[in-house]
Design a protein around this ligand. Structure first.
Ligand SMILES: NC(=O)c1ccc[n+]([C@@H]2O[C@H](COP(=O)([O-])OP(=O)(O)OC[C@H]3O[C@@H](n4cnc5c(N)ncnc54)[C@H](OP(=O)(O)O)[C@@H]3O)[C@@H](O)[C@H]2O)c1
Length: 277
Protein backbone atom coordinates (compact mmCIF):
# COMPACT_ATOMS: atom_id res chain seq x y z
CA UNK A 1 0.00 0.00 0.00
CA UNK A 2 1.28 3.43 -0.91
CA UNK A 3 0.96 5.47 2.27
CA UNK A 4 1.03 9.27 2.26
CA UNK A 5 -0.90 10.80 5.16
CA UNK A 6 -0.19 10.48 8.86
CA UNK A 7 -1.91 11.37 12.14
CA UNK A 8 -0.14 11.94 15.45
CA UNK A 9 -2.12 11.01 18.54
CA UNK A 10 -0.41 13.33 21.01
CA UNK A 11 1.31 16.54 19.97
CA UNK A 12 3.58 17.02 23.01
CA UNK A 13 7.39 17.14 23.25
CA UNK A 14 8.24 14.09 21.17
CA UNK A 15 5.33 14.45 18.73
CA UNK A 16 6.39 18.02 17.96
CA UNK A 17 10.06 17.01 17.66
CA UNK A 18 9.21 14.45 14.96
CA UNK A 19 6.74 16.75 13.16
CA UNK A 20 9.24 19.62 13.09
CA UNK A 21 11.86 17.41 11.44
CA UNK A 22 9.31 15.97 8.99
CA UNK A 23 8.25 19.41 7.72
CA UNK A 24 11.88 20.50 7.55
CA UNK A 25 12.45 17.61 5.10
CA UNK A 26 10.10 16.77 2.27
CA UNK A 27 6.80 16.37 4.16
CA UNK A 28 3.91 18.77 3.57
CA UNK A 29 2.18 20.00 6.73
CA UNK A 30 -1.12 19.31 4.98
CA UNK A 31 -0.36 15.56 4.94
CA UNK A 32 0.07 15.59 8.74
CA UNK A 33 -2.76 15.56 11.30
CA UNK A 34 -2.45 15.96 15.05
CA UNK A 35 -4.95 14.96 17.72
CA UNK A 36 -4.34 16.44 21.17
CA UNK A 37 -6.46 17.37 24.20
CA UNK A 38 -4.65 20.61 24.58
CA UNK A 39 -6.07 23.46 22.46
CA UNK A 40 -3.02 25.70 22.95
CA UNK A 41 -0.69 22.95 21.71
CA UNK A 42 -2.88 22.47 18.65
CA UNK A 43 -2.87 26.21 17.83
CA UNK A 44 0.92 26.26 18.19
CA UNK A 45 1.41 23.17 15.97
CA UNK A 46 -0.96 24.49 13.28
CA UNK A 47 0.75 27.87 13.10
CA UNK A 48 4.34 26.56 13.37
CA UNK A 49 4.08 23.62 10.94
CA UNK A 50 0.85 24.08 8.95
CA UNK A 51 -0.54 20.72 10.11
CA UNK A 52 -4.25 19.84 10.46
CA UNK A 53 -5.30 19.74 14.11
CA UNK A 54 -8.14 17.95 15.91
CA UNK A 55 -9.27 17.86 19.53
CA UNK A 56 -10.76 14.38 19.06
CA UNK A 57 -10.42 11.50 16.63
CA UNK A 58 -13.36 10.97 14.25
CA UNK A 59 -14.40 9.27 11.03
CA UNK A 60 -11.88 11.50 9.13
CA UNK A 61 -9.17 9.31 10.74
CA UNK A 62 -10.26 6.29 8.66
CA UNK A 63 -8.89 8.12 5.57
CA UNK A 64 -5.41 8.51 7.11
CA UNK A 65 -2.69 6.01 6.11
CA UNK A 66 -0.61 5.88 9.30
CA UNK A 67 -0.93 6.77 12.97
CA UNK A 68 1.86 7.70 15.40
CA UNK A 69 1.09 6.95 19.04
CA UNK A 70 2.88 9.80 20.83
CA UNK A 71 1.20 9.92 24.24
CA UNK A 72 2.61 8.76 27.59
CA UNK A 73 2.37 4.96 28.08
CA UNK A 74 -0.29 5.34 30.79
CA UNK A 75 -2.40 7.46 28.37
CA UNK A 76 -2.13 4.88 25.59
CA UNK A 77 -5.14 2.62 26.40
CA UNK A 78 -7.59 5.59 26.40
CA UNK A 79 -5.99 7.13 23.31
CA UNK A 80 -6.22 3.84 21.37
CA UNK A 81 -9.77 3.10 22.54
CA UNK A 82 -10.95 6.48 21.28
CA UNK A 83 -9.43 5.89 17.81
CA UNK A 84 -9.60 2.12 17.41
CA UNK A 85 -12.59 1.91 15.06
CA UNK A 86 -10.90 4.23 12.53
CA UNK A 87 -7.36 2.79 12.46
CA UNK A 88 -8.11 -0.75 11.30
CA UNK A 89 -6.18 -0.26 8.04
CA UNK A 90 -3.55 2.17 9.29
CA UNK A 91 0.10 1.42 9.86
CA UNK A 92 0.60 2.11 13.59
CA UNK A 93 3.92 3.56 14.75
CA UNK A 94 4.43 3.73 18.50
CA UNK A 95 7.02 5.87 20.27
CA UNK A 96 5.71 4.93 23.74
CA UNK A 97 8.64 3.72 25.84
CA UNK A 98 8.44 0.10 27.01
CA UNK A 99 5.08 -0.77 25.42
CA UNK A 100 5.51 -4.06 23.56
CA UNK A 101 4.12 -4.96 20.17
CA UNK A 102 1.94 -7.80 21.53
CA UNK A 103 0.26 -5.35 23.94
CA UNK A 104 -0.18 -2.76 21.20
CA UNK A 105 -1.69 -5.47 19.00
CA UNK A 106 -4.10 -6.51 21.78
CA UNK A 107 -5.25 -2.90 22.15
CA UNK A 108 -5.35 -1.99 18.43
CA UNK A 109 -6.75 -5.25 17.05
CA UNK A 110 -4.25 -5.68 14.21
CA UNK A 111 -0.52 -6.18 13.85
CA UNK A 112 0.69 -3.74 11.21
CA UNK A 113 2.89 -2.10 13.86
CA UNK A 114 6.29 -0.46 14.18
CA UNK A 115 7.64 0.18 17.66
CA UNK A 116 10.35 2.82 18.00
CA UNK A 117 12.70 4.22 20.62
CA UNK A 118 13.78 7.74 19.73
CA UNK A 119 15.90 10.08 21.85
CA UNK A 120 15.78 13.82 22.51
CA UNK A 121 18.70 14.98 20.26
CA UNK A 122 16.37 14.17 17.38
CA UNK A 123 14.88 17.60 18.10
CA UNK A 124 17.95 18.98 16.30
CA UNK A 125 18.20 16.17 13.74
CA UNK A 126 21.05 14.45 15.62
CA UNK A 127 19.06 11.77 17.37
CA UNK A 128 19.16 7.99 17.32
CA UNK A 129 15.96 6.08 16.78
CA UNK A 130 15.71 2.31 17.28
CA UNK A 131 12.96 0.65 15.26
CA UNK A 132 11.35 -2.77 15.29
CA UNK A 133 8.47 -3.77 13.06
CA UNK A 134 6.22 -6.78 12.73
CA UNK A 135 6.52 -8.70 9.42
CA UNK A 136 3.13 -7.19 8.50
CA UNK A 137 4.67 -3.70 8.58
CA UNK A 138 7.75 -4.66 6.54
CA UNK A 139 6.27 -3.39 3.25
CA UNK A 140 5.99 0.01 5.01
CA UNK A 141 9.67 0.33 5.95
CA UNK A 142 10.32 3.01 3.32
CA UNK A 143 7.41 5.06 4.62
CA UNK A 144 8.62 4.64 8.23
CA UNK A 145 12.14 5.74 7.25
CA UNK A 146 10.60 8.83 5.59
CA UNK A 147 8.89 9.72 8.88
CA UNK A 148 12.11 9.55 10.94
CA UNK A 149 14.77 10.27 8.29
CA UNK A 150 15.40 13.88 9.37
CA UNK A 151 15.55 12.91 13.07
CA UNK A 152 19.04 11.38 12.87
CA UNK A 153 20.44 7.84 12.79
CA UNK A 154 18.00 4.94 12.41
CA UNK A 155 18.86 1.54 13.90
CA UNK A 156 16.61 -1.32 12.78
CA UNK A 157 16.28 -4.12 15.34
CA UNK A 158 15.65 -7.67 14.19
CA UNK A 159 14.26 -8.73 17.60
CA UNK A 160 11.98 -6.60 19.74
CA UNK A 161 14.11 -7.22 22.87
CA UNK A 162 16.93 -5.28 21.20
CA UNK A 163 14.89 -2.13 21.80
CA UNK A 164 15.63 -2.52 25.55
CA UNK A 165 19.33 -2.27 24.63
CA UNK A 166 18.59 0.80 22.48
CA UNK A 167 16.83 2.31 25.52
CA UNK A 168 19.91 1.69 27.70
CA UNK A 169 22.36 3.16 25.18
CA UNK A 170 20.83 5.91 23.05
CA UNK A 171 17.38 6.36 24.64
CA UNK A 172 18.72 7.27 28.08
CA UNK A 173 22.23 8.01 26.79
CA UNK A 174 21.73 11.77 26.43
CA UNK A 175 21.28 11.92 30.23
CA UNK A 176 24.64 10.15 30.78
CA UNK A 177 26.34 12.61 28.43
CA UNK A 178 24.65 15.60 30.10
CA UNK A 179 25.90 14.26 33.47
CA UNK A 180 29.42 14.07 32.02
CA UNK A 181 29.10 17.67 30.75
CA UNK A 182 27.96 18.68 34.26
CA UNK A 183 31.11 17.07 35.72
CA UNK A 184 33.43 18.89 33.27
CA UNK A 185 31.60 22.18 33.92
CA UNK A 186 31.89 21.73 37.69
CA UNK A 187 35.65 21.26 37.34
CA UNK A 188 35.82 24.42 35.21
CA UNK A 189 34.09 26.39 37.97
CA UNK A 190 36.41 24.90 40.62
CA UNK A 191 39.40 25.98 38.54
CA UNK A 192 38.16 29.59 38.50
CA UNK A 193 36.50 29.89 35.08
CA UNK A 194 33.15 31.66 34.92
CA UNK A 195 29.93 29.78 34.24
CA UNK A 196 29.86 30.62 30.51
CA UNK A 197 33.50 29.65 29.94
CA UNK A 198 33.16 26.43 31.98
CA UNK A 199 30.06 25.35 30.05
CA UNK A 200 31.58 26.27 26.67
CA UNK A 201 34.71 24.27 27.41
CA UNK A 202 32.72 21.24 28.57
CA UNK A 203 30.30 21.20 25.64
CA UNK A 204 32.98 21.88 23.01
CA UNK A 205 35.09 19.03 24.40
CA UNK A 206 32.24 16.52 24.12
CA UNK A 207 31.11 17.83 20.73
CA UNK A 208 34.64 17.91 19.26
CA UNK A 209 35.54 14.46 20.58
CA UNK A 210 32.29 12.93 19.26
CA UNK A 211 32.82 14.56 15.86
CA UNK A 212 36.46 13.37 15.76
CA UNK A 213 35.35 9.82 16.66
CA UNK A 214 32.76 10.01 13.87
CA UNK A 215 35.06 11.42 11.17
CA UNK A 216 38.29 9.62 12.01
CA UNK A 217 38.79 6.11 10.71
CA UNK A 218 40.25 5.16 14.10
CA UNK A 219 38.46 3.45 16.97
CA UNK A 220 37.64 5.41 20.15
CA UNK A 221 40.23 3.36 22.06
CA UNK A 222 42.99 4.29 19.55
CA UNK A 223 41.92 7.95 19.73
CA UNK A 224 42.03 7.73 23.54
CA UNK A 225 45.52 6.19 23.47
CA UNK A 226 46.70 9.03 21.21
CA UNK A 227 45.98 11.59 23.96
CA UNK A 228 47.43 9.36 26.67
CA UNK A 229 51.19 9.18 26.99
CA UNK A 230 52.53 7.12 29.88
CA UNK A 231 53.37 9.35 32.84
CA UNK A 232 51.55 12.30 31.25
CA UNK A 233 48.54 14.32 32.42
CA UNK A 234 45.74 12.35 30.68
CA UNK A 235 47.34 9.13 31.91
CA UNK A 236 46.91 10.33 35.50
CA UNK A 237 43.23 11.20 34.92
CA UNK A 238 42.44 7.87 33.25
CA UNK A 239 44.26 6.03 36.04
CA UNK A 240 41.78 7.55 38.53
CA UNK A 241 38.90 6.50 36.28
CA UNK A 242 40.27 2.95 36.01
CA UNK A 243 40.93 2.74 39.77
CA UNK A 244 37.31 3.77 40.35
CA UNK A 245 36.11 1.17 37.80
CA UNK A 246 34.62 3.65 35.32
CA UNK A 247 33.92 1.03 32.62
CA UNK A 248 32.25 -1.38 35.07
CA UNK A 249 30.20 1.48 36.52
CA UNK A 250 28.95 2.48 33.06
CA UNK A 251 28.10 -1.15 32.19
CA UNK A 252 26.22 -1.50 35.51
CA UNK A 253 24.34 1.75 34.86
CA UNK A 254 23.22 0.60 31.41
CA UNK A 255 22.31 -2.88 32.70
CA UNK A 256 20.14 -1.23 35.38
CA UNK A 257 18.47 0.91 32.69
CA UNK A 258 17.84 -2.13 30.46
CA UNK A 259 16.44 -4.12 33.40
CA UNK A 260 14.07 -1.25 34.23
CA UNK A 261 12.92 -1.12 30.59
CA UNK A 262 12.01 -4.83 30.81
CA UNK A 263 10.23 -4.30 34.15
CA UNK A 264 8.19 -1.39 32.77
CA UNK A 265 7.25 -3.50 29.73
CA UNK A 266 6.15 -6.32 32.07
CA UNK A 267 4.14 -3.92 34.23
CA UNK A 268 2.39 -2.47 31.17
CA UNK A 269 1.63 -6.00 29.93
CA UNK A 270 0.12 -6.94 33.29
CA UNK A 271 -2.06 -3.81 33.25
CA UNK A 272 -3.34 -4.68 29.76
CA UNK A 273 -4.08 -8.27 30.88
CA UNK A 274 -5.87 -7.04 34.00
CA UNK A 275 -8.06 -4.64 32.03
CA UNK A 276 -9.03 -7.46 29.62
CA UNK A 277 -10.27 -9.70 32.45
N1 LIG B 1 11.04 12.25 26.27
C1 LIG B 1 11.87 11.30 25.82
O1 LIG B 1 13.10 11.35 25.92
C2 LIG B 1 11.30 10.09 25.13
C3 LIG B 1 12.14 9.24 24.45
C4 LIG B 1 11.58 8.16 23.79
C5 LIG B 1 10.22 7.94 23.83
N2 LIG B 1 9.42 8.78 24.51
C6 LIG B 1 7.97 8.50 24.53
O2 LIG B 1 7.28 9.52 23.83
C7 LIG B 1 5.93 9.52 24.25
C8 LIG B 1 5.44 10.94 24.35
O3 LIG B 1 6.20 11.60 25.35
P1 LIG B 1 6.17 13.20 25.43
O4 LIG B 1 7.31 13.58 26.30
O5 LIG B 1 6.04 13.78 24.06
O6 LIG B 1 4.75 13.41 26.22
P2 LIG B 1 3.91 14.73 26.32
O7 LIG B 1 4.77 15.94 26.10
O8 LIG B 1 3.10 14.63 27.59
O9 LIG B 1 2.91 14.65 25.08
C9 LIG B 1 1.76 13.87 25.03
C10 LIG B 1 0.62 14.76 24.54
O10 LIG B 1 -0.51 13.93 24.25
C11 LIG B 1 -1.67 14.51 24.85
N3 LIG B 1 -2.63 13.43 25.10
C12 LIG B 1 -2.71 12.60 26.15
N4 LIG B 1 -3.71 11.71 25.99
C13 LIG B 1 -4.27 12.01 24.81
C14 LIG B 1 -5.36 11.45 24.08
N5 LIG B 1 -6.07 10.42 24.56
N6 LIG B 1 -5.68 11.99 22.89
C15 LIG B 1 -4.98 13.04 22.42
N7 LIG B 1 -3.94 13.62 23.06
C16 LIG B 1 -3.60 13.10 24.24
C17 LIG B 1 -1.14 15.15 26.10
O11 LIG B 1 -2.07 16.08 26.57
P3 LIG B 1 -2.18 16.30 28.20
O12 LIG B 1 -0.86 16.85 28.59
O13 LIG B 1 -3.30 17.25 28.31
O14 LIG B 1 -2.46 14.95 28.78
C18 LIG B 1 0.16 15.79 25.58
O15 LIG B 1 -0.09 17.03 24.95
C19 LIG B 1 5.89 8.75 25.59
O16 LIG B 1 5.20 7.54 25.41
C20 LIG B 1 7.34 8.48 25.92
O17 LIG B 1 7.51 7.21 26.50
C21 LIG B 1 9.92 9.87 25.15
Amino acid sequence: MDRKTIAFIGGGNMGEAIISKMVSSDWKGTDIHVIDHNEERLEHLASAYGVHTHKEPGSWLAEIDAVVLAVKPQQLPDAINASKEWIEDALVISIAAGVRVKDLEAMIGHNCICRTMPNTPMKIGLGVCGLYSTPEAEPDHRFIVKVFAACGDLIWCTKEEELDGVTAISGSGPAYVFRFIEALTEAGLRYGFNDVQAKRMAIATVLGSAELAKRSGESPSVLREKVTSKGGTTYEALKVMNDRHFMEMMQDAMDACKKRAVELGDAFHESVEASNK
